[in-house]
Design a protein around this ligand. Structure first.
Ligand code: ADP
Length: 153
């Protein structure tokens, strides 16, 4: 299971997901609904975009969830939590989440894939800022996503 906000999905996420296909027979992309975190793109849109990006991959499923990631892993019978690592800051953040998840659900391992160098600087926050200020975000998001309704005139 690959949990995240995907607000929006970027080429960094896409790359991690495609690389994970050589490790796992199925990848569930789980969009977390976090009441405390203000999102930019509506949940439906984020889900639709991810579905479109991976429409040719029957082994990739997209779900949305509320609550604890470990509870969804249990519900979906997922054996692994997948996360991407870009920087040492990511590592510090991920380490505590991964260790606590392991304590709550010992049967599930968190697996980290290092980002490829070209996507190290990329995150959804930067993409949102580009879109918000009328820049061209297409180099940073998967091909074929229609973000035009969100662009400034
Ligand atoms: P969250 O809100 O949980 O951080 P994100 O959607 O920002 O969710 O990220 C989901 C996962 O994707 C995280 O593991 C994050 O480290 C990873 N990720 C995000 N951007 C990249 C990138 N450019 N390269 C590799 N992994 C990435």
């Amino acid at each position: 299971m690959f949990p995240g906000s995907f607000d929006p999905i970027t080429k960094g996420h896409e790359s991690i997901i495609l690389r994970a296909l050589s490790l796992f027979d199925k990848v569930i992309i789980a969009i977390g609904i976090n009441e405390q975190k203000k999102h930019f793109f509506p949940l439906d849109e984020r889900k639709k975009w991810i579905g479109k990006v991976f429409e040719d991959y029957p082994q990739i499923e997209v779900i949305t969830y509320e609550g604890l990631t470990v509870d969804v892993c249990k519900k979906m019978s997922a054996g692994f939590i997948l996360r991407g690592l870009r920087t040492s800051a990511d590592f510090e953040f991920e380490r505590s989440i991964g260790q606590v998840n392991k304590m709550m659900l010992p049967g599930v391992e968190t697996v980290f894939l290092l980002t490829t160098p070209e996507y190290t600087a990329l995150n959804s926050n930067i993409v949102r800022d580009i879109i918000r200020h009328g820049g061209d975000a297409t180099p940073f998001i998967p091909d074929g996503l229609d973000i035009s309704p969100y662009l400034l005139d």
